[in-house]
Design a protein around this ligand. Structure first.
Ligand code: FE2
Ligand code: FE2
Length: 365
């Protein structure tokens, strides 16, 4: 079997334990005997413990709210859902398939496939919200497929993912070498685009959903989006863990430097697309109680400055000292939302997390 096989019998990494994340020897066995990056496996387990289901929240009241709310709130909710639905559809088909040709480490593989699976859940959840809550779901299909503003919000991310997809095909067909700098640069930029999507764009869209929910409407939808937001925070941890590992290696650090201009451009374009979106969202007399264009822009810059800092890049934007939208903390942390189970579906739980507090005690049956 050759190196392009789904089982690379020539793989020798099991003898050395040397499994680089990307573009090492193509994999043979799933190897949990040698785990150079246990932190990725831990994140996989964390995400697994937080699995949930798209149908665990009753959406009847949200459906009624959407039928009876003001046109303003309806439009904001539909536009926000349209974007979230589009980008989670992209994420669900992008993460594992896009990076698959290049992955050469088992911990990374199990983490990325889990992340992708959870993106499926997110896309499905948005689709179910739309199916169940909209009198005419066609409104949202049109909003996604025909509204240039929605489509333009993420062209840079989609373009980078498309490029990476082409590189994956070329690599598998043997048209580009494994140690090509060009190939590795495409993988690095692809990962940074994913990081920007999860850290800047999704966080920004959640602010609109939760600002509406702060008015005591769309509570069911907000509960589901809260689960999604919790997952996205784990995904940001995953993205940072991968980038941390890569950037510790001199080879990837050199690649990072060589691509610095492009990386600045990716982050800058994502920020500008968000700022343009915010301008559009609050145009045509649309408004959200407790949120406005200026605050939402600050929220974008606040999240983006973490990315500049994390990557060791100079932030060309004004620094946002104080955390804007403090109320977001209540939504981003499920422990902070009080829940009366007789009034609302409880979504704050973990799977497969049994605490072993009886160690050393012997039970005789
Ligand atoms: Fe997602
Ligand atoms: Fe995600």
């Amino acid at each position: 079997m050759d190196k392009k096989s789904v089982f690379n019998a020539d793989n020798r990494a099991w003898q050395t334990g040397h499994y680089p994340l990307f573009l090492g020897e193509p994999l043979a066995l799933y190897d949990s005997v040698h785990t150079p990056y246990p932190e990725l496996f831990e994140l996989y387990k964390l995400q697994k413990s937080m699995d949930w289901s798209e149908d665990e929240v009753n959406l009847e009241q949200s459906r009624m709210d959407l039928l009876h709310c003001s046109k303003n709130n309806y439009d904001i909710m539909v536009k926000t859902l349209a974007f979230q639905w589009e980008l989670d559809s992209v994420a669900s088909r992008a993460i594992a398939p896009l990076f698959a040709p290049f992955v050469s480490n088992s911990e990374l593989w199990v983490m990325l496939t889990k992340q992708s699976e959870i993106e499926n859940l997110h896309a499905l959840t948005y689709s179910e919200i739309i199916r169940q809550c909209l009198a005419d779901p066609k409104d949202v299909f049109i909003e996604v497929m025909k509204n240039e503003e929605v489509l333009n919000r993420s062209t840079i991310i989609v373009e980078i993912f498309n490029t990476l997809q082409e590189y994956g095909a070329k690599y598998k067909l043997g048209q580009i070498e494994r140690d090509s700098e060009e190939l590795k640069s495409a993988v690095l930029c692809g990962f940074i685009a994913l990081y920007c999507l999860e850290k800047i764009e999704f966080m920004s869209s959640f602010a609109c959903t939760f600002a509406l929910a702060e008015q005591n409407i769309f509570q069911g939808i907000a509960k589901l989006v809260q689960k999604i937001a919790q997952d996205e925070q784990i995904h940001v941890m995953m993205d940072e863990a991968v980038l941390n590992i890569l950037l510790k290696s001199p080879e990837w650090q050199t690649l990072f430097k060589a691509n610095e201009k492009k990386i600045y451009e990716i982050i800058h374009t994502v920020i500008e697309q968000e700022i343009n979106w915010n301008q559009y969202l609050f145009s045509e007399n649309r408004s959200i109680v407790g949120l406005n264009e200026k605050l939402l822009n600050e929220w974008v810059l606040y999240n983006a400055q973490d990315i500049y800092h994390f990557l060791g890049l100079n932030n060309p934007y004004p620094v946002v000292e104080q955390k804007p939208l403090r109320w977001m903390d209540n939504w981003l942390d499920l422990n902070k939302t009080q829940n009366a189970n007789q009034e609302m579906d409880n979504t704050n739980y973990r799977l497969n997390s049994v605490l072993n507090d009886v160690e050393g005690e012997l039970f005789l049956l």
